[in-house]
Design a protein. Structure first.
Lengths: 173, 118
């Protein structure tokens, strides 16, 4: 187990946060996050379909999913629930898996943390619901934490898009 | 691209100074001396960063010229950017779909509610 105190990194240093407000009451939003029939309708990028969606909603239980991409590629993953506070909060550990639910490395980046602790809060706001998703590496090595930090900075500050355009340009030049 | 290569690219991109150097090189080939100026760094410090960037395949350094200019290499940068973009897209699009699905559910519920004008 790595000692994070040694490197002086605090969890908020490395935390990845995204938040969005949905125009729906909190009970409904919580429900569509925790029931398979609902999750199948929205989890995954555009064009992806859910080929497996099993949920055992209790601490220690898991959500195991399989997504099929428009190009026929598979993506498997799981959430292992640690805390369930209806309808306010979900805490779970996210991993990539194979189709049998065994934890595997990220298919494209072996230094991505094997496990990520995810905290999702559902805040009621005048009939609307603010969802906040927080990610921190869990049981991660220092290298995994560094990889996560890079990804986090890119995703939060949006420099990826800039470099992406730049790379595109350079490939053509 | 092999996974260990992406890993090296990632480690190189983790540092804000190295990202700034890449941004500077986007304007064209530059010598170590020129690169050192805006960053208020010693030449050996800049050289160290350039070595990391070169190993990661993000830049190439000319062997011919005395001043060994550095230039940006597109491929590694593109692979790293694509990988991260994939993550961002996953959430962005899932949330977009969730938004649409919630509207659909609520519209259905309004219609289904008995005793109300439709």
């Amino acid at each position: 187990m790595p000692e994070h105190a040694k490197s002086g990194a605090t969890e908020s240093d490395i935390e990845f946060v995204i938040a969005r407000v949905f125009d729906a009451p909190r009970d409904l939003v919580f429900k569509v996050w925790t029931e398979p029939a609902h999750l199948m309708r929205w989890w995954g990028p555009k064009g992806f379909t859910m080929q497996k969606c099993a949920i055992d909603l209790r601490p220690g239980g898991a959500f195991h999913y399989g997504l099929k991409g428009p190009d026929g590629s598979d993506m498997w993953g799981r959430f292992v629930y640690r805390e369930i506070v209806v309808p306010e909060r979900l805490v779970f550990v996210v991993s990539f898996t194979d189709k049998d639910g065994n934890v595997v490395r990220h298919p494209w980046n072996p230094d991505w943390p094997l496990e990520i602790l995810s905290t999702v809060t559902f805040a009621a706001q005048d009939g609307r619901t603010k969802i906040t998703v927080r990610w921190v590496p869990y049981n991660a090595t220092d290298k995994e934490r560094d990889t996560f930090r890079t990804g986090r900075e890119s995703m939060q500050q949006g420099w990826t898009g800039t470099f992406d355009q730049l790379a595109d340009y350079l490939m053509k030049a | 691209m092999p996974a260990d290569r992406l890993s090296a690219t990632f480690a190189a991109l983790a540092d804000p100074t190295r990202r700034a150097i890449l941004a500077r090189l986007a304007c064209g080939e530059t010598s170590v001396t020129e690169l050192a100026e805006p960053f208020d760094m010693t030449l050996p410090a800049v050289s160290k960063h350039l070595k990391v960037l070169e190993r990661a395949g993000l830049i190439a350094r000319s062997r011919d010229a005395q001043w060994r200019p550095s230039r940006l290499e597109g491929r590694a940068l593109k692979d790293a950017a694509e990988w991260l973009e994939h993550y961002r897209r996953f959430w962005d699009q899932s949330f977009g779909r969730l938004d649409a699905y919630l509207s659909e559910l609520q519209a259905r519920e309004t219609i289904a509610k008995p005793g109300e004008d439709v």
